[in-house]
Structure formats: structure tokens, C-alpha cells
Write a protein that binds this ligand. Structure first.
Ligand code: IPD
Ligand code: CA
Length: 286
């Protein structure tokens, strides 16, 4: 893998500010313009992997705002319409992470915007350098840039720095996870869950990977694991968790990738990683 060049801190600060502004704007759009009769406009990998008209509208807004501000940067979004880059930065966005919650009006969904270096289409070949995750229903805004800490602002309040707390033992850890849209993937995930559940406090399946990972940084979950994350699900939240002092990896010391992502405070991470690894091995192939 080519070495990843990180921009200077003044550039990172601009990227973080831009991520915050556009994520907040897209968050307002998805809430204010949510049609009363919101339905599914198309499906992707399976019949339950839905896209609403607002996923596409929010992504179009993000792409045009980012393009106006930084025309040379690349763009990769969950919905259709990526672009190539001339600079070292690619914007990796999930216009609505938690689309099924959005469809059902469950207030746990987020806009996730990250500036990354490297190639976000190749697992392990990229890393986030600035980003923001907004839950427009609760007004929570998580943001971070490399080396400058993770921050949480609620509504118009002051931002507070997130420093991950001392974790409980694995047996007392409230553990977030999620499931994919493909039936075979879900069966595998269910087999893994059977082996994990007896060893943790309980499981939460909140429905937005970006919010789950930020929740670990903020202490409202103790840890998180999931197979099947795409770069847009995790890019901004990965940085928030890492900048809060947490660890976010794949199995072993690899970068998180679609085969597995594991996040927790340092004192808990190795225990969760070992449990998930054993469960994944026992579950066999998908
Ligand atoms: C999904 C959510 C969910 C996770 C899935 C993701 P989407 O993203 O983050 O919590 O379990 O793996 O695909 O489809 O709502 O953007
Ligand atoms: Ca997503």
C-alpha cells in the first residue's frame, strides 16, 4: 500500500469545518423535506436494501456543496454518482446512515461526511482525516480531525471534547452491532451472535453504524462490532472514535474493513476482538 500523506493541520481544520457545515445542512434537508408519504424509490443489494428519494437528494446536495468548496477533491457516496479526484482528498459520505429507521420515522439516523486520504474503494488502503456525523433528530453533532480530538455538540450548545472512559469488563459491556441486507450474510451474523451474546451485558441493534461507533466514543455503548460495513458507513465515525482515544480495527491489527470492524476503549478492545474472532471462526464461511 502506498504511504498515506496527511494534510497540514490548517488544511485539516478547513476540511473538518466543511464536513460539519455540509453534514448539518444535509441533516436539515432530510428532516425538513421528508415527504409525509415517504416511500422506497429503489432497492440495491436486496429487496430490503432501500433508497428513498431523500437519500439521493441529500447526497446530491453534499456532492454539489463539496464540489463548490473544493473542486479538485474526489467524491464517493453510498448512492449513485461518485467522481474522481485531482487532490489527495476524497469525500466519503453516507447521506442517510440508518435509511430503514428514516423510512419508519425512528429518530436514529445520521448524515456522515468524511475527508479521507488513500483509496476508499480498497479495504485497508485509506484512512479518514476529518469528518462529521450528525443526527438531525436529536441535534447531536460529532466531529473530529486527525490529532485534534473528538467533539460532541448538542444543538446550539458548546462542543465538549469526547474522551473515551475506562471500559467495563467484557461481561458487562453493552455491545452495539448491526446486520446486513443479504439473507446469507444475516445467517452468518446470527451464528456469530449466538456465540457473542452470552459473554456480554447485552446487544443493541440501533440501526445506524455511524451513530453506533460515535456512541462508543460518547459512552452510550461500551463497544461495537459488525461485518459488512462499507467505507461510507464508518469513515467519519472511525475518526471520532479514534480521536476520543478508542480503537477501531478489523480482526487483528488490520484496519477495519468489510469483513469485520471492532471498536472499543483500549482496555476492552482486545477482549471483544478475541471473542468476535472465535465466534467468526466457529461460524465458518458465509
Ligand atoms: C446500514 C446501517 C446499519 C448497518 C448496516 C448498514 P444504511 O446503513 O448503518 O446499522 O447495520 O450494515 O448498511 O443502509 O442505513 O445506510
Ligand atoms: Ca450506511
Amino acid at each position: 500500500m502506498e504511504p498515506l500523506t496527511v494534510p497540514a493541520d490548517d488544511v485539516l481544520a478547513e476540511l473538518e469545518q466543511l464536513a460539519v457545515e455540509v453534514a448539518l445542512e444535509a441533516g436539515r434537508l432530510v428532516v425538513d423535506e421528508r415527504p409525509v408519504d415517504l416511500g422506497v424509490s429503489r432497492t440495491k443489494s436486496t429487496a430490503t436494501d432501500v433508497v428513498t428519494v431523500m437519500d439521493q437528494r441529500a447526497q446530491d446536495l453534499l456532492r454539489s456543496r463539496l464540489r463548490e468548496a473544493r473542486p479538485g477533491d474526489g467524491f464517493l457516496g453510498e448512492e449513485e454518482g461518485g467522481t474522481d479526484r485531482e487532490s489527495e482528498i476524497t469525500w466519503v459520505v453516507d447521506p442517510i446512515d440508518g435509511t430503514v429507521n428514516y423510512l419508519y420515522a425512528i429518530p436514529s439516523y445520521a448524515v456522515s461526511v468524511a475527508a479521507v486520504v488513500g483509496d476508499p474503494t480498497t479495504p485497508g488502503a485509506w484512512r479518514p482525516v476529518a469528518g462529521a456525523v450528525v443526527n438531525p433528530m436529536t441535534g447531536e453533532l460529532f466531529h473530529a480531525r486527525l490529532g485534534a480530538g473528538a467533539w460532541l455538540r448538542r444543538g446550539e450548545g458548546e462542543a465538549t471534547r469526547l474522551v473515551i472512559g475506562e471500559p467495563p469488563a467484557l461481561g458487562h459491556a453493552l455491545t452495539g452491532t448491526g446486520f446486513g441486507y443479504d439473507a446469507g450474510r444475516r445467517l452468518w451474523q446470527a451464528r456469530v451472535l449466538v456465540d457473542v451474546l452470552p459473554h456480554v451485558r447485552d446487544i443493541r441493534r440501533i440501526g445506524s453504524a455511524a451513530l453506533d461507533i460515535c456512541a462508543v466514543a460518547a459512552g452510550s455503548l461500551d463497544c461495537y462490532f459488525e461485518r459488512g460495513l462499507n467505507s461510507w458507513d464508518m469513515a467519519a465515525a472511525w475518526l471520532v472514535l479514534a480521536e476520543s482515544g478508542g480503537l477501531f480495527t478489523g480482526l487483528g491489527e488490520t484496519a477495519p474493513d468489510p469483513s469485520m470492524a471492532v471498536g472499543a476503549a483500549p482496555g476492552l478492545h482486545a477482549h471483544l476482538e478475541a471473542l468476535v474472532r472465535r465466534a467468526a471462526e466457529a461460524a465458518g464461511s458465509e
